[in-house]
Design a protein around this ligand. Sequence first.
Ligand SMILES: NC(=O)c1ccc[n+]([C@@H]2O[C@H](COP(=O)([O-])OP(=O)(O)OC[C@H]3O[C@@H](n4cnc5c(N)ncnc54)[C@H](OP(=O)(O)O)[C@@H]3O)[C@@H](O)[C@H]2O)c1
Ligand SMILES: *[C@@H]1O[C@H](CO)[C@@H](O)[C@H](O)[C@H]1NC(C)=O
Length: 287
Amino acid sequence: MGTFAKIFAASVCVAFLAVKWTRPSFDAESLRGARVVVTGASTGIGEQMAYHYARFGAQVVITARREKVLQEVAQKCLSLGAQKALYIAADMASESDPDKVVDFALEKLGGLDYLILNHIGPSPFTLWTGDVEHIKWLMKVNFFSYVQMAWKAMASLEQSKGSLVVVSSLLGKMPSPFVAPYTSTKFALNGFFGTLQHELAMKKSNVSISICTLGLIDTESAMEKVRGVTDIPAYPATDAALNIIITGATREPELFYPWFTHTLNLIKDWFPPITNYIIQNSYNYIP
Ligand SMILES: NC(=O)c1ccc[n+]([C@@H]2O[C@H](COP(=O)([O-])OP(=O)(O)OC[C@H]3O[C@@H](n4cnc5c(N)ncnc54)[C@H](OP(=O)(O)O)[C@@H]3O)[C@@H](O)[C@H]2O)c1
Ligand SMILES: *[C@@H]1O[C@H](CO)[C@@H](O)[C@H](O)[C@H]1NC(C)=O
Protein backbone atom coordinates (compact mmCIF):
# COMPACT_ATOMS: atom_id res chain seq x y z
CA MET A 1 0.00 0.00 0.00
CA GLY A 2 1.31 3.47 -0.90
CA THR A 3 1.66 6.20 1.69
CA PHE A 4 -1.41 8.00 0.42
CA ALA A 5 -3.52 4.86 0.55
CA LYS A 6 -2.34 4.18 4.13
CA ILE A 7 -3.14 7.71 5.25
CA PHE A 8 -6.49 7.51 3.51
CA ALA A 9 -7.39 4.16 5.07
CA ALA A 10 -6.27 5.37 8.50
CA SER A 11 -8.36 8.53 8.27
CA VAL A 12 -11.42 6.57 7.22
CA CYS A 13 -10.97 4.30 10.29
CA VAL A 14 -10.47 7.26 12.63
CA ALA A 15 -13.50 9.03 11.19
CA PHE A 16 -15.59 5.88 11.55
CA LEU A 17 -14.56 5.31 15.17
CA ALA A 18 -15.04 8.99 16.02
CA VAL A 19 -18.60 8.81 14.70
CA LYS A 20 -19.24 5.54 16.56
CA TRP A 21 -17.92 6.85 19.87
CA THR A 22 -19.43 10.29 19.75
CA ARG A 23 -22.91 9.14 18.79
CA PRO A 24 -24.94 10.15 21.84
CA SER A 25 -26.44 7.23 23.71
CA PHE A 26 -30.19 6.75 23.70
CA ASP A 27 -32.06 6.63 26.99
CA ALA A 28 -35.44 4.97 26.42
CA GLU A 29 -36.63 6.30 29.79
CA SER A 30 -36.41 9.83 28.43
CA LEU A 31 -39.46 9.09 26.28
CA ARG A 32 -41.71 8.01 29.16
CA GLY A 33 -44.51 10.58 29.31
CA ALA A 34 -43.02 12.55 26.39
CA ARG A 35 -45.66 14.57 24.51
CA VAL A 36 -45.44 13.58 20.86
CA VAL A 37 -47.23 14.39 17.60
CA VAL A 38 -46.72 11.97 14.69
CA THR A 39 -48.18 12.91 11.30
CA GLY A 40 -48.99 10.37 8.59
CA ALA A 41 -49.51 7.83 11.37
CA SER A 42 -52.39 5.81 9.90
CA THR A 43 -50.00 3.52 8.02
CA GLY A 44 -46.37 2.91 7.01
CA ILE A 45 -43.44 4.36 8.93
CA GLY A 46 -45.65 6.82 10.83
CA GLU A 47 -47.82 3.99 12.19
CA GLN A 48 -44.68 2.11 13.30
CA MET A 49 -43.36 5.24 15.02
CA ALA A 50 -46.63 5.56 16.93
CA TYR A 51 -46.23 1.96 18.19
CA HIS A 52 -42.61 2.50 19.26
CA TYR A 53 -43.49 5.70 21.13
CA ALA A 54 -46.36 3.77 22.74
CA ARG A 55 -43.99 1.02 23.93
CA PHE A 56 -41.72 3.72 25.40
CA GLY A 57 -44.73 5.01 27.39
CA ALA A 58 -45.13 8.31 25.58
CA GLN A 59 -48.28 10.44 25.17
CA VAL A 60 -49.05 10.47 21.48
CA VAL A 61 -51.28 12.47 19.19
CA ILE A 62 -51.54 10.84 15.76
CA THR A 63 -52.96 12.33 12.60
CA ALA A 64 -53.75 11.50 8.95
CA ARG A 65 -56.93 11.77 6.86
CA ARG A 66 -58.65 8.45 7.64
CA GLU A 67 -60.30 8.73 11.03
CA LYS A 68 -61.38 5.09 11.30
CA VAL A 69 -57.84 3.82 10.73
CA LEU A 70 -56.42 6.36 13.19
CA GLN A 71 -58.87 5.12 15.79
CA GLU A 72 -57.54 1.56 15.40
CA VAL A 73 -53.91 2.69 15.56
CA ALA A 74 -54.64 4.74 18.70
CA GLN A 75 -56.33 1.73 20.30
CA LYS A 76 -53.28 -0.42 19.62
CA CYS A 77 -51.00 2.33 21.02
CA LEU A 78 -52.91 2.18 24.32
CA SER A 79 -52.59 -1.61 24.44
CA LEU A 80 -48.84 -1.29 23.83
CA GLY A 81 -48.39 1.04 26.79
CA ALA A 82 -48.93 4.62 25.62
CA GLN A 83 -49.82 6.93 28.53
CA LYS A 84 -52.21 8.69 26.16
CA ALA A 85 -53.16 8.03 22.53
CA LEU A 86 -55.33 10.64 20.85
CA TYR A 87 -56.12 11.09 17.19
CA ILE A 88 -57.31 13.88 14.97
CA ALA A 89 -58.25 13.55 11.31
CA ALA A 90 -56.72 16.26 9.12
CA ASP A 91 -56.02 16.95 5.47
CA MET A 92 -52.59 18.53 5.13
CA ALA A 93 -53.55 20.06 1.77
CA SER A 94 -55.96 22.34 3.62
CA GLU A 95 -54.97 25.84 4.79
CA SER A 96 -56.19 25.40 8.34
CA ASP A 97 -55.74 21.71 9.22
CA PRO A 98 -51.97 21.87 9.92
CA ASP A 99 -52.54 24.55 12.59
CA LYS A 100 -55.58 22.69 13.90
CA VAL A 101 -53.48 19.58 14.62
CA VAL A 102 -50.85 21.50 16.58
CA ASP A 103 -53.50 23.39 18.56
CA PHE A 104 -55.26 20.11 19.36
CA ALA A 105 -52.01 18.57 20.67
CA LEU A 106 -51.08 21.63 22.73
CA GLU A 107 -54.52 21.69 24.29
CA LYS A 108 -54.78 17.96 25.02
CA LEU A 109 -51.17 17.39 26.10
CA GLY A 110 -50.48 20.80 27.64
CA GLY A 111 -47.33 21.26 25.56
CA LEU A 112 -45.15 19.40 23.12
CA ASP A 113 -41.77 17.64 23.29
CA TYR A 114 -41.60 16.05 19.83
CA LEU A 115 -43.14 17.07 16.54
CA ILE A 116 -42.57 14.29 13.99
CA LEU A 117 -43.40 15.46 10.47
CA ASN A 118 -43.73 12.36 8.32
CA HIS A 119 -46.88 12.43 6.12
CA ILE A 120 -46.79 12.48 2.30
CA GLY A 121 -49.59 12.67 -0.22
CA PRO A 122 -49.84 9.92 -2.82
CA SER A 123 -47.93 10.65 -6.04
CA PRO A 124 -47.55 8.53 -9.19
CA PHE A 125 -44.30 6.75 -10.05
CA THR A 126 -44.07 7.66 -13.76
CA LEU A 127 -42.31 9.87 -16.27
CA TRP A 128 -43.10 13.56 -15.80
CA THR A 129 -45.83 14.44 -18.30
CA GLY A 130 -46.69 17.96 -17.25
CA ASP A 131 -49.25 17.72 -14.45
CA VAL A 132 -48.50 21.08 -12.84
CA GLU A 133 -51.63 21.03 -10.65
CA HIS A 134 -50.47 17.80 -9.01
CA ILE A 135 -47.12 19.36 -8.07
CA LYS A 136 -48.87 22.39 -6.58
CA TRP A 137 -51.11 20.15 -4.51
CA LEU A 138 -48.25 17.86 -3.43
CA MET A 139 -46.19 20.88 -2.36
CA LYS A 140 -49.02 21.85 -0.01
CA VAL A 141 -49.20 18.39 1.53
CA ASN A 142 -45.50 17.45 1.64
CA PHE A 143 -43.92 20.88 2.17
CA PHE A 144 -46.09 23.87 3.13
CA SER A 145 -47.91 21.97 5.88
CA TYR A 146 -44.51 21.00 7.38
CA VAL A 147 -43.43 24.65 7.46
CA GLN A 148 -46.76 25.71 8.95
CA MET A 149 -46.80 23.06 11.69
CA ALA A 150 -43.16 23.64 12.61
CA TRP A 151 -43.78 27.35 13.02
CA LYS A 152 -46.99 26.83 14.98
CA ALA A 153 -45.24 24.47 17.41
CA MET A 154 -41.99 26.42 17.78
CA ALA A 155 -42.86 28.45 20.91
CA SER A 156 -43.97 25.34 22.75
CA LEU A 157 -40.88 23.37 21.66
CA GLU A 158 -38.68 26.28 22.91
CA GLN A 159 -40.33 26.02 26.30
CA SER A 160 -39.88 22.26 26.57
CA LYS A 161 -36.41 22.10 24.93
CA GLY A 162 -38.16 19.92 22.40
CA SER A 163 -37.31 18.40 19.04
CA LEU A 164 -38.57 18.73 15.53
CA VAL A 165 -38.05 15.71 13.29
CA VAL A 166 -38.46 15.91 9.52
CA VAL A 167 -38.72 12.65 7.59
CA SER A 168 -37.05 13.16 4.23
CA SER A 169 -35.49 10.91 1.63
CA LEU A 170 -32.36 10.29 -0.37
CA LEU A 171 -34.56 11.68 -3.14
CA GLY A 172 -34.33 15.00 -1.30
CA LYS A 173 -30.60 15.03 -2.02
CA MET A 174 -30.30 13.13 -5.28
CA PRO A 175 -32.78 13.42 -8.17
CA SER A 176 -33.97 10.16 -9.70
CA PRO A 177 -36.34 9.29 -12.57
CA PHE A 178 -40.14 8.82 -12.22
CA VAL A 179 -40.54 10.92 -9.07
CA ALA A 180 -40.35 14.57 -10.18
CA PRO A 181 -43.21 15.85 -7.95
CA TYR A 182 -42.08 13.86 -4.89
CA THR A 183 -38.38 14.68 -5.18
CA SER A 184 -39.25 18.39 -5.58
CA THR A 185 -41.09 18.42 -2.26
CA LYS A 186 -38.23 16.61 -0.49
CA PHE A 187 -35.58 19.00 -1.86
CA ALA A 188 -37.76 21.87 -0.63
CA LEU A 189 -37.90 20.31 2.85
CA ASN A 190 -34.15 19.81 3.00
CA GLY A 191 -33.54 23.40 1.92
CA PHE A 192 -35.99 24.96 4.34
CA PHE A 193 -35.19 22.89 7.41
CA GLY A 194 -31.45 23.00 6.67
CA THR A 195 -31.66 26.79 6.84
CA LEU A 196 -33.72 26.60 10.02
CA GLN A 197 -31.07 24.34 11.60
CA HIS A 198 -28.45 27.04 11.00
CA GLU A 199 -30.66 29.82 12.32
CA LEU A 200 -31.70 27.96 15.48
CA ALA A 201 -28.06 27.11 16.20
CA MET A 202 -27.01 30.74 15.69
CA LYS A 203 -29.84 31.92 17.98
CA LYS A 204 -28.85 29.29 20.56
CA SER A 205 -32.41 28.02 20.43
CA ASN A 206 -33.61 25.29 22.79
CA VAL A 207 -35.07 23.36 19.86
CA SER A 208 -33.25 20.64 17.93
CA ILE A 209 -34.06 19.77 14.33
CA SER A 210 -33.33 16.32 12.90
CA ILE A 211 -33.53 15.72 9.16
CA CYS A 212 -33.88 12.03 8.30
CA THR A 213 -32.65 10.75 4.96
CA LEU A 214 -34.22 7.39 4.19
CA GLY A 215 -33.55 4.91 1.40
CA LEU A 216 -36.22 2.52 0.14
CA ILE A 217 -38.43 1.28 3.01
CA ASP A 218 -40.82 -1.68 2.71
CA THR A 219 -44.10 0.18 3.29
CA GLU A 220 -47.09 -0.89 1.20
CA SER A 221 -47.30 2.39 -0.71
CA ALA A 222 -43.60 2.31 -1.67
CA MET A 223 -43.45 -1.40 -2.57
CA GLU A 224 -46.55 -1.14 -4.73
CA LYS A 225 -44.67 1.38 -6.89
CA VAL A 226 -41.29 -0.29 -7.26
CA ARG A 227 -42.27 -3.99 -7.37
CA GLY A 228 -40.92 -5.44 -10.60
CA VAL A 229 -39.39 -2.10 -11.53
CA THR A 230 -36.16 -2.13 -9.54
CA ASP A 231 -33.95 -4.41 -7.43
CA ILE A 232 -32.96 -1.67 -4.96
CA PRO A 233 -33.14 -3.33 -1.50
CA ALA A 234 -36.03 -2.27 0.77
CA TYR A 235 -35.48 -1.92 4.54
CA PRO A 236 -38.05 -2.66 7.28
CA ALA A 237 -40.41 0.16 8.26
CA THR A 238 -40.34 -0.73 11.94
CA ASP A 239 -36.53 -0.43 12.06
CA ALA A 240 -36.60 2.82 10.09
CA ALA A 241 -39.20 4.13 12.56
CA LEU A 242 -37.06 3.24 15.58
CA ASN A 243 -33.99 4.89 14.07
CA ILE A 244 -35.96 8.09 13.44
CA ILE A 245 -37.19 8.15 17.04
CA ILE A 246 -33.68 7.63 18.42
CA THR A 247 -32.32 10.39 16.18
CA GLY A 248 -34.93 12.80 17.58
CA ALA A 249 -34.39 11.72 21.19
CA THR A 250 -30.60 12.14 20.95
CA ARG A 251 -31.05 15.47 19.13
CA GLU A 252 -28.80 14.49 16.23
CA PRO A 253 -29.10 16.84 13.24
CA GLU A 254 -29.12 14.03 10.67
CA LEU A 255 -30.04 10.42 10.17
CA PHE A 256 -29.08 8.29 7.19
CA TYR A 257 -31.02 5.00 7.07
CA PRO A 258 -29.98 2.50 5.86
CA TRP A 259 -26.34 3.46 6.48
CA PHE A 260 -25.24 3.28 2.82
CA THR A 261 -27.48 6.21 1.90
CA HIS A 262 -24.80 8.28 3.67
CA THR A 263 -22.04 6.82 1.49
CA LEU A 264 -24.10 7.28 -1.68
CA ASN A 265 -24.80 10.87 -0.75
CA LEU A 266 -21.09 11.53 -0.15
CA ILE A 267 -19.79 10.01 -3.37
CA LYS A 268 -22.61 10.83 -5.78
CA ASP A 269 -20.90 14.03 -6.99
CA TRP A 270 -17.43 12.57 -7.53
CA PHE A 271 -18.10 11.05 -10.96
CA PRO A 272 -21.50 12.26 -12.17
CA PRO A 273 -21.50 10.17 -15.37
CA ILE A 274 -21.07 6.99 -13.29
CA THR A 275 -23.73 8.04 -10.80
CA ASN A 276 -26.14 8.86 -13.63
CA TYR A 277 -25.41 5.57 -15.38
CA ILE A 278 -26.14 3.60 -12.21
CA ILE A 279 -29.33 5.52 -11.44
CA GLN A 280 -30.69 5.25 -14.96
CA ASN A 281 -29.91 1.54 -15.12
CA SER A 282 -31.40 0.55 -11.79
CA TYR A 283 -34.94 0.59 -13.25
CA ASN A 284 -36.53 -1.68 -15.86
CA TYR A 285 -37.56 0.92 -18.38
CA ILE A 286 -38.08 0.46 -22.11
CA PRO A 287 -38.83 3.70 -24.00
N1 LIG B 1 -41.28 4.12 2.04
C1 LIG B 1 -40.16 4.53 1.48
O1 LIG B 1 -39.54 3.85 0.65
C2 LIG B 1 -39.59 5.87 1.85
C3 LIG B 1 -38.30 6.21 1.37
C4 LIG B 1 -37.76 7.43 1.72
C5 LIG B 1 -38.48 8.30 2.51
N2 LIG B 1 -39.71 7.97 2.95
C6 LIG B 1 -40.47 8.94 3.76
O2 LIG B 1 -41.01 8.35 4.92
C7 LIG B 1 -42.24 8.99 5.25
C8 LIG B 1 -43.33 7.93 5.43
O3 LIG B 1 -43.43 7.18 4.21
P1 LIG B 1 -44.37 5.89 4.11
O4 LIG B 1 -43.84 5.04 3.04
O5 LIG B 1 -44.58 5.34 5.48
O6 LIG B 1 -45.74 6.58 3.59
P2 LIG B 1 -47.20 5.95 3.48
O7 LIG B 1 -47.22 4.54 3.96
O8 LIG B 1 -47.69 6.25 2.10
O9 LIG B 1 -48.04 6.82 4.51
C9 LIG B 1 -48.36 8.15 4.25
C10 LIG B 1 -49.15 8.71 5.42
O10 LIG B 1 -49.53 10.05 5.13
C11 LIG B 1 -50.95 10.17 5.26
N3 LIG B 1 -51.45 11.16 4.28
C12 LIG B 1 -51.52 11.03 2.93
N4 LIG B 1 -52.07 12.12 2.37
C13 LIG B 1 -52.37 12.96 3.40
C14 LIG B 1 -52.98 14.24 3.47
N5 LIG B 1 -53.42 14.89 2.36
N6 LIG B 1 -53.14 14.82 4.68
C15 LIG B 1 -52.74 14.17 5.80
N7 LIG B 1 -52.14 12.97 5.80
C16 LIG B 1 -51.96 12.36 4.61
C17 LIG B 1 -51.50 8.78 5.02
O11 LIG B 1 -52.72 8.56 5.69
P3 LIG B 1 -54.18 8.85 5.08
O12 LIG B 1 -54.24 8.22 3.74
O13 LIG B 1 -55.08 8.23 6.10
O14 LIG B 1 -54.31 10.35 5.04
C18 LIG B 1 -50.42 7.93 5.69
O15 LIG B 1 -50.65 7.86 7.07
C19 LIG B 1 -42.51 9.99 4.13
O16 LIG B 1 -42.09 11.29 4.51
C20 LIG B 1 -41.67 9.47 3.00
O17 LIG B 1 -41.30 10.49 2.09
C21 LIG B 1 -40.29 6.76 2.64
C1 LIG C 1 -35.26 27.92 26.75
O1 LIG C 1 -35.64 27.14 27.91
C2 LIG C 1 -35.63 27.83 29.14
C3 LIG C 1 -36.13 26.89 30.21
O2 LIG C 1 -35.31 25.78 30.32
C4 LIG C 1 -36.54 29.02 29.10
O3 LIG C 1 -36.39 29.76 30.30
C5 LIG C 1 -36.21 29.92 27.92
O4 LIG C 1 -37.18 30.95 27.84
C6 LIG C 1 -36.23 29.09 26.64
N1 LIG C 1 -35.86 29.91 25.51
C7 LIG C 1 -36.75 30.41 24.68
C8 LIG C 1 -36.19 31.20 23.54
O5 LIG C 1 -37.95 30.23 24.79
